[in-house]
Every structure is written in structure tokens, then in C-alpha cells.
Design a protein around this ligand. Structure first.
Ligand code: SF4
Length: 380
């Protein structure tokens, strides 16, 4: 893809994008901000899916995520992005993102993964759950023929990252698990060319595909939506247990892990839940895994609830810290002091954040300049 074509492509991305997958960096646009002449593709992909089995009685069973959809001929799975054709299973979204942006890595959010860098961020249509608070429901709850998609195979992504000196690719916005093959191949190719890959996911994935994928990822951020199974049943249409198992699996790998917990008034914001959350993280992952307690804003199917009060977030922060978690952040509250990173040993500010402006002033490589404590994460 040449530069002119790509600028058109990015311009179209701006038009197609909404909510958290909008917002382009001006320096990346190179001054071409309204060039929307790029042709979208109406074709869907027909790349054979991975992790499925043919059933003796006919049909297939998809083994990517715990939903394990059983699909008869010419039907699709729950996520709408995979289709059975004659008992061969196909991904329909390979190389066909509907949202592309260059984002600060802090937007994902990662606070301990090369702070201040950017990530080439992309998503396809579809999701394997249906969160009632989804901020990207316009793409996550769409089928690929309902979104405006671009043709962007893995090789083009790597070329663009190299041209624009973007060090990381982020699979994000919707649910990367449902475009597993596209993510896997891009991450594997990026790995060979020194481009890092990070997955931003709800973590609803089976152990085997997750294990293979982790070989090519550098970091994972998991949205842990609640610490109670009932919430997952009522507001996610998923299950908590596989997500917790996946968190343990990721933590045991070499891949960097951060967690987001969206605090929603009346649904997952009791003291007991914050205590359970902190204790589970402490006991199963360790106190040094960063957690982002994020503010909810009314949207999608939860417009009846108010934004999370500041006092609730402060209460959550206090409880998590009192339980011993060392890196607890508040999110979606620009310029709050709990966006910044502090040394848990001496209290010095290590990384200052104001919105997406990041200054790493209190660290030397991965150590606190003041007391020498090693700070977990990936730093220059
Ligand atoms: S990835 Fe999609 S088709 Fe496969 S089991 Fe999950 S929801 Fe079903």
C-alpha cells in the first residue's frame, strides 16, 4: 500500500470510527485529514478457521472460545464472524479491519508497557460476548457485512508500522479472540520483524488457542468485568471462570499483564466485591499486576445508570491498596493523580500522566531512581 493510498485509508477510518476507536494522531495523518476516496471492500474473507472439529453427526464445533458453538452448514457462530460451509469452518474477517487508528499505548490502557509509545490499533466486527455497557457496540455487535471494512493483510500492517516507526500493534476495540487467525498471523509476522503485539481482550478464550497465541504476544490487557459469576451471566452473556483461568495462564507466561475493572454503579461496586477482587489478584496473580479501576459512563444498554461517582472510585482505590496491590490506577478521569505511577517502596512519582501526556522522569531503565526498587513491566 503506498503512502497516498494509506492516507486515504486512514481518512476513511476516521469517518467510519466512533466512540473509543475514533481519534487519529495528526502527525500520523500527515496533514491529509479528509481524503475519504478509498474504496471499502464488500468482500468477506474465506480463510479456513483454526481450532474447530467436525462432528460425527455433521456440522462443526468451534474450539476458540468457551462458548464452543456447534454450527450446521451455512450457519455462523455466536460472534457472527465465522461460518460453516460444507463442514469447513471459515473466518470471514481475516485482513478486514473496520477500525484502524494510531493510539497512545496508555489508551489501551497499559501503564507499565513502554510508556509514552504508540500502538497501531485495529479491530474487526464481532464479539463473543454481549456486554450491556460496551463502548464499541457499534462494531462489536455488528456482523462484518454491516461494517465498512478495509483490506489490510498482515504484511501491510507490518510495512506501515515500519514506515511510521510505530513499535507495537494493538488488537483492540471489539474482541480480538474472534479474529484470532488474523491477530495470530499479524503478531507472528510482527515478531519476526521486531514489531511488538498486544491484545486487549475480555479473556473469554480456551486455554489451547491462548497458549499458542501467547508465543507471539508481548502484553495482554484483560477486562475483568466483575468478580461474580452472576454479573457475567446477567450483563455479559459469558462466564467468569474461564476468564480467571486465562488470567492465571497469562501470568504464568512471559507476557506482560494488566487488568481493567470497569466500576459500574450498583452492579459491581460494593466494598465486598472490591475486596474479593483485590484478594483474588493478590492470591492468584500477585500484588505487582497493575489494575485500572475505570469510570463508567452511560451507554449502549446501560444508559439508565449514572456515571461512576468519584467517591466510589476513591473507595475502590483505597480497598485495593489496603489489600496490598501495589499498582492501582484510576481510569477515565483525566489528570487524576492516580493516573500516575508511584514507587510502592519510597512513594516517589515514577511516571507522570496527564491525560495521554506521559513523562517517565522517576525511573532509570526499570528501577526507581530514588530507592532502586525494580518496577515490573517492560521499559526502555
Ligand atoms: S469464537 Fe465465535 S464461533 Fe467460536 S465458539 Fe466463540 S463465539 Fe462461537
Amino acid at each position: 500500500m503506498d503512502r497516498r493510498k494509506f492516507m486515504k485509508f486512514i481518512g476513511c477510518g476516521a469517518c467510519a470510527a466512533m466512540s473509543s476507536h475514533s481519534g487519529l494522531l495528526p502527525e500520523f495523518l500527515g496533514g491529509v485529514q479528509n481524503a475519504c476516496a478509498f474504496d471499502y471492500t464488500r468482500e468477506l474473507s474465506s480463510v479456513e478457521a483454526r481450532y474447530y472439529k467436525k462432528l460425527p453427526e455433521g456440522g462443526i464445533e468451534c474450539e476458540i472460545c468457551p462458548r464452543r458453538c456447534r454450527i450446521t452448514d451455512l450457519e455462523r457462530g455466536y460472534c457472527g464472524s465465522r461460518e460453516n460451509r460444507g463442514d469447513t469452518y471459515y473466518t470471514l474477517v481475516y485482513g478486514l479491519p473496520c477500525a484502524v487508528n494510531i493510539d497512545p499505548i496508555e489508551k489501551k490502557p497499559f501503564h507499565h508497557f513502554y510508556p509514552g509509545t504508540s500502538a497501531f490499533s485495529l479491530a474487526t466486527a464481532g464479539c463473543n460476548v454481549n456486554c450491556k455497557c460496551c463502548q464499541n457496540w457499534d462494531i462489536s455487535q455488528s456482523r462484518p457485512e454491516q461494517t465498512e471494512n478495509f483490506s489490510l493483510p498482515p504484511k501491510d500492517i507490518i510495512d506501515l508500522c515500519q514506515q511510521r516507526k510505530v513499535p507495537t500493534i494493538a488488537y483492540t476495540y471489539s474482541e480480538p479472540v474472534i479474529f484470532y487467525e488474523y491477530m495470530y498471523d499479524t503478531a507472528e509476522l510482527g515478531h519476526k520483524h521486531g514489531i511488538k503485539s498486544v491484545m486487549i481482550s475480555g479473556g473469554y478464550i480456551n486455554p489451547e488457542p491462548l497458549g499458542e497465541l501467547l508465543k507471539h504476544l508481548n502484553a495482554v490487557k484483560i477486562d475483568l468485568k466483575a468478580i461474580r459469576e452472576t454479573y457475567y451471566k446477567d450483563y455479559v452473556d459469558g462466564e467468569l471462570k474461564p476468564v480467571l483461568d486465562g488470567l492465571i495462564q497469562i501470568k504464568k507466561s512471559d507476557v506482560w499483564l494488566e487488568i481493567v475493572y470497569l466500576v459500574i454503579p450498583t452492579l459491581n461496586d460494593s466494598d465486598d466485591e472490591f475486596t474479593e477482587l483485590a484478594r483474588w489478584i493478590k492470591n492468584y496473580l500477585g500484588v505487582d499486576v497493575p489494575i485500572h479501576l475505570s469510570r463508567f459512563y452511560p451507554q449502549y444498554l446501560l444508559k439508565n445508570l449514572p456515571p461512576t461517582p468519584q467517591t466510589t472510585l476513591d473507595r475502590a482505590l483505597s480497598i485495593c491498596r489496603a489489600e496490598g496491590l501495589e499498582y492501582v490506577y484510576l481510569g477515565n478521569i483525566p489528570s487524576h493523580k492516580a493516573e500516575s505511577t508511584y514507587c510502592p517502596k519510597c512513594g516517589e512519582m515514577l511516571i507522570e500522566r496527564r491525560g495521554y501526556r506521559t513523562s517517565v522522569s522517576g525511573m532509570s531503565k526499570n528501577k526507581c531512581k530514588s530507592c532502586g526498587k525494580i518496577i515490573p513491566g517492560r521499559f526502555f
